[in-house]
Ligand binder design. Structure first.
Ligand code: GRF
Length: 186
């Protein structure tokens, strides 16, 4: 049985958003932390917390095959909601269809602005005064699903992509747990 309040967090690297989701979990349970990078920093932290983890190196594995294995692991954990948190892989159409409406992601821009990578450099380059982050539903089109919530962050004079990233990341850590909490009950 897929239980919406049992959440899997998918990561590839540092995992700071995963950590925020774990530390601020009230109305949902983090049932699994899964990664396509078996040695990622975030996964080490999750193991240290005693969380259930799953990892499969995606290098050299055919995309849909990886996704079918992942989906099996999610079902074994009775997961009903998937939160992508720095998961650096585009999911296959098969996976998106299988979990339609149940996958969310956090993206470091005010969507629909700056889909894809290098969002902070692009916002500074464009002369924007405000940046931010968005939690959105995942569909087949990259960073294009329904926006569930956003937080704005000012761009200060002299900001670099790195300084802006730090400020936006702090906002991500507040936004994501709040929006996920609402999402698991909808
Ligand atoms: C964050 O900036 C997030 O918005 C983006 O990838 C980054 C992940 O960072 N999707 P972390 O692994 O959560 O620290």
């Amino acid at each position: 049985m897929r239980d919406p309040k049992r959440v899997a967090i998918l990561i590839s690297g540092r995992g700071s958003n995963m950590r925020a989701l774990v530390e601020q979990a009230t109305d949902y349970k983090v049932a699994l932390v899964a990664s396509n990078r078996p040695n990622s920093e975030g996964l080490e932290w999750a193991r240290g917390q005693g969380l259930a983890t799953w990892a499969l190196d995606s290098k050299g594995v055919e995309k849909e095959q990886f996704d079918r294995n992942l989906s099996g692991a999610l079902d074994s954990s009775q997961v009903g909601t998937i939160a992508l948190a720095g998961f650096m892989r585009i999911l296959s159409p098969w996976f998106v269809n299988e979990w339609r409406g149940r996958i969310v992601n956090i993206h470091p821009s005010l969507l629909p602005k700056y889909r894809g990578l290098d969002t902070h450099a692009r916002a500074i380059e464009a002369g924007d005064r405000v940046a931010g982050c968005s939690v959105h539903l995942v569909t087949e089109e990259l960073d294009a699903g329904e926006v569930l919530g956003q937080a704005e962050v000012p761009i200060e004079p002299g900001d670099t992509p790195e300084s802006l990233e730090r400020r936006v990341l702090a906002a991500e850590h507040r936004l994501y747990p709040r929006i996920l909490t609402g999402f698991v009950s909808r």
